[in-house]
Every structure is written in structure tokens, then in C-alpha cells.
Design a protein around this ligand. Structure first.
Ligand code: SAM
Ligand code: SF4
Length: 338
């Protein structure tokens, strides 16, 4: 018998059920990736951040409204103090409404936390890793060190977590390493997804355009060496997958600047301050912190969530044409959590 009679689920105006929530639990990070953050970041005052209890209430409310997959992100989620207690709390919903609890991490703290994450029911982690070259890694992340991340990935694998590597495709940085990354992931048994760099924050227009490496080009290079089999698999997000016939590896391509996934979009995002973004590419958002703090019950919170989903837009609006970036987002990925 189902112990959790579902509330009317969240369905947006375009008949898309909202089943996937990404929550940023902090804006802070122990790295300063060049495409994500300035070196000297002004972080938010602590009082602005949702507390771990508020984050738990929020996730629980969304799960009650039909969210089945939860991804914790940041900033760097594993640098938030007490975060493992939060994971443990939220994990109580696994098998009771929630199908999957997962996280996106830079891997720096995974060596410490991988075993506990596995123990509480996390099955997969996404680890961001753009290069296997220690010097390039240090240059991209500014404060990160490659061996620490490789150690974290090894700990995750040893704990039985499936690791997916996310690599931002960066012209002049990791383009020469394409086949090395593919080979390494194949050897280690990790899936690999490439992400097209997005116009986020104020990373400097020059940099952005110089480093922009379209995944269509990356894909064409792969196709010169491998037979690419398109996979029908869809996640409701901007990822497309192929299998390399020769190795059996699955490779993903995330092209957030295209519009070709909006019709199946099943996701929303909440920032670490409780802003609910209905679309990664649009500014419209709803403040969930106010209803969370206004009342210990979740009536107003649920009403605010429903009202926001009712205005989820049909799609987003990025444009890289004519070497000029329109629709540029003013918020950093570390704020919305990517
Ligand atoms: N700190 C964690 C990490 O790096 O995995 C989680 C947060 S990070 C913002 C989430 C993802 O966003 C990472 O894979 C990162 O590479 C990606 N990202 C950040 N800025 C980006 C940008 N401008 N364009 C494309 N991807 C970006
Ligand atoms: Fe930190 Fe992730 Fe942003 Fe890099 S991409 S600065 S690891 S939040």
C-alpha cells in the first residue's frame, strides 16, 4: 500500500511534469574556475542562505509535489558545513517518493565523504573535471589541485558510486586532450559528458568567445576516430548521448545554448537563497525563503511553488550568433548551481 498518497503533481502550462529539482546548497567553493567565478568573490551573507533545516523542508515539499529526482549542487556542495547531515535527512525519502538523490561536485572533498554518501543511498555522482593535465587543471580552477580530485574520484568508485565526469569544452585548453579524456574515462569506467561553455556572469567577453568550443565541432572530431551511435535516451534536460561503437562508452553532450530540449524540460532549480528558477535561461524567479520563514507549516511554501510552476516559460533565449552574446545571464552558475 502506498503510504504517501500523492498530492496533485506539479505540471506546468505546457503539460510538462516537474519531476527533477536541482538545489544549490551554497554559493561558496574551494575552487575558482575561470568560467564560473571571479578570483575574489563576494559571497552572500550567511543569513541570506537557507539553513539546512530550511533546505530539508523545501526538498521535502517538492518531493511531496511529485519531484522524484534531486540533485544537490552549489557552489561546492561538499564544503557546506553539516552537509552530510542534510544528505542523511533527505535520503529518508529514497524509495518513498524520491527515486534518486545525487550531487554535482568538484570532487575535492569526495575522498572524505564518498563512503558515507554511498551508505546513505547515493548511487551516482557527477564530478567536474575538464583536464587531466595538472598544470591546466590548476590554471582552470585557480585553487584546485588535480591529485586531490583524482583521489576523490577513486574513493567514489571504491565506495561503489557510479561517477560521471562533466568536462566543460574549452577551446585552446582541453581541445587537444579530447581523446585522452575519452580513453581515461573508458579505462576507469566513467561516463563522460561534455558541456558547452555558457555566457554566465562577467567572466570577460574576450575569454568567453575565445574559449567557446562548439560541441558540434567536438562531436565531429570524435566521429573521425569512432563510430557514434545516437542513443534515444533523454533526460528531459539539454543532454544528448552517443555510444562509441568501438569501446561501448557512453558520451554525453550538453548544449545549453540550444533550444532543442525545452519541450521535454522536467526540471527547476533553487538557489542557495531559496530563489526558484523555472528556467536556466530566464530571470523570472520566485522567492521561497519568505514563505519558508513566515510559517512553520508549508502551506504558503507549496502555494508559492505551484504559482511559480504555473508561469514556467516555454523555453530560454541564448544566442551566440554574430560573435555577440545576447541573452547573456547575469547570474553565475555557482549561484544557480548549473
Ligand atoms: N562545484 C560543483 C562542480 O563544479 O561540479 C557544482 C557546481 S558547478 C557550478 C556545476 C557545473 O557547472 C560544473 O560542471 C561546471 O563545470 C559547470 N559550469 C560552471 N560555469 C559554467 C559555464 N560558464 N559554462 C558551462 N558550464 C559551467
Ligand atoms: Fe566551484 Fe564548481 Fe564553480 Fe568550479 S564550477 S568554481 S568547482 S562551483
Amino acid at each position: 500500500m502506498d503510504m504517501h498518497p500523492p498530492l496533485p503533481a506539479l505540471i506546468d502550462p505546457f503539460a510538462r511534469p516537474i519531476t527533477y529539482l536541482r538545489v544549490s546548497v551554497t554559493d561558496r567553493c574551494d575552487f575558482r574556475c575561470v568560467y564560473c567565478m571571479a578570483e575574489h568573490m563576494q559571497f552572500l551573507p550567511k543569513a541570506d542562505l537557507l539553513t539546512l533545516e530550511e533546505l530539508d523542508r523545501l526538498c521535502t515539499a517538492f518531493i511531496g509535489l511529485g519531484v522524484r529526482k534531486l540533485r544537490i549542487t552549489g557552489g561546492e556542495p561538499l564544503v557546506r558545513r553539516g552537509i552530510m547531515g542534510f544528505f542523511r535527512q533527505v535520503a529518508r525519502h529514497l524509495g518513498a517518493g524520491l527515486d534518486e538523490l545525487t550531487l554535482t561536485t568538484n570532487g575535492s572533498q569526495l575522498a572524505r565523504h564518498a563512503a558515507e554518501l554511498a551508505e546513505i543511498g547515493v548511487r551516482r555522482v557527477n564530478v567536474s573535471l575538464d583536464t587531466l593535465d595538472p598544470d591546466k587543471f590548476a590554471a582552470i580552477t585557480r585553487w584546485g589541485r588535480l591529485p586531490q580530485v583524482l583521489e576523490g574520484i577513486a574513493a567514489a568508485t571504491a565506495a561503489g558510486l557510479r561517477v560521471k565526469i562533466n568536462a566543460v569544452a574549452l577551446n585552446g585548453v582541453n581541445d587537444a586532450e579530447l581523446f585522452e579524456l575519452v580513453r581515461w574515462c573508458g579505462d576507469e569506467g566513467h561516463d563522460l559528458t561534455f558541456i558547452e561553455v555558457m555566457p554566465m556572469g562577467e567572466m570577460g567577453e574576450e575569454n568567453r568567445l575565445d574559449q567557446y568550443w562548439p560541441l558540434s565541432d567536438l562531436r565531429a572530431q570524435l566521429a573521425e576516430r569512432f563510430t557514434l551511435i545516437d542513443l534515444a535516451e533523454r533526460t528531459g534536460g539539454p543532454a544528448r548521448y552517443v555510444r562509441l561503437a568501438e569501446t561501448g562508452q557512453k558520451i554525453g553532450f550538453i548544449t545549453p545554448l540550444t533550444h532543442n530540449f525545452c519541450e521535454s524540460c522536467n526540471r527547476v532549480r533553487v538557489t542557495c537563497t531559496g530563489e526558484l528558477y523555472m528556467c536556466l535561461g530566464q530571470e523570472d524567479n520566485a522567492d521561497l525563503r519568505a514563505p519558508l520563514r513566515a510559517s512553520p507549516d508549508d502551506v504558503a511554501l507549496e502555494q508559492t511553488i505551484r504559482a511559480a510552476i504555473a508561469r514556467k516559460p516555454k523555453g530560454h533565449d541564448f544566442d551566440y550568433s554574430r560573435q555577440k552574446i545576447d541573452g547573456q545571464m547575469t547570474r553565475h552558475m555557482s549561484h544557480t548551481g548549473g
